[in-house]
Design a binder for this molecule. Sequence first.
Ligand SMILES: *[C@@H]1O[C@H](CO)[C@@H](O)[C@H](O)[C@H]1NC(C)=O
Length: 319
Amino acid sequence: MLIAEKENETVITEFIFLGLGNPDELQPFLFLLFLVIYLVTLTGNLLIIVLVAADEHLHTPMYFFLGNLSCLETCYSSTILPKMLTSLLTGDRMITVSCCLTQYYFFGCCIAIETFLLAAMSYDRYLAICRPLFYTSIMNRRFCFQLIAGAWINGLIVNSIVVFLLAQLSFCGSNIIDHYLCDLTPLEKLTCRDPTLFKLIVLLLSFIFTIPPFLLTFSSYISIIASIITIQSTIGRQKAFSTCSSHLMVVCLFYGTLIIVYMFRDTPTMRYLNKVFSIFYTILTPLANPLIYTLRNKEVHKALRRVLMKFTIVLGNCP
Ligand SMILES: *[C@@H]1O[C@H](CO)[C@@H](O)[C@H](O)[C@H]1NC(C)=O
């Protein structure tokens, strides 16, 4: 069981972030950079949510998933960036233990929900491309809603367990977090008790909860690519690929950086690079998703034009 190792040390109530380890002169520059990233992320994702809600042509499962993904990414960047921005601005890098656990809880939930949503989205594309005859009967409103609800419920449950167990470990000794957010790896190092059992449980939970959506996403794309290759006409092939290429880019970015960060998380030489890659999946993924869709997807372009048109007509009729 959990062994009390450092019983005599005082339990700490506040952590200090080391942040990116940047020199102080860079602080204003980084503040501006991340502020712009945050504003663009919010605007882009809100734009997608508004478009999906306002344009009837986008009332299809694929765009419902996209709208829900944008909601999620708005929450995702809002769990990380506001705290990071205030510490860059004020130089105050303290965070209380309960705030830190709360931040980890929401951050962990967002990542877990994102893996499920990406899996649901690739399954949707798999059905549309490889099983077109059954698409509308399987991917109906109800099933779509169930997949989305399942993603949120699973994500919330698994992280409630992890954070509950993490809080039991309590923290003492050093209170320095060598990161810019409360992630599991830096937190595990600061616990009073031996975290071996905790690590084992987390490993088990991540196998149960992240390997299935990952495999579903991966196998969906293998089938999609295999079936696109067999399409004879170039135009047909391009058309089939264009409906899933934006999503494939988002999937690759998310899993690619996540895998790199978690593979190298315990090698000391990779510590700095690890933080840099963390920026990719914590900060740049929520930014990239709306950019990829609004810049590359023709349906979204058309919807944007229609919604703008409606908007100008409404404005034009104002007295
Ligand atoms: C999320 O999914 C539900 C169920 O399919 C859908 O009704 C809703 O419009 C979606 N939300 C957004 C913001 O797109």
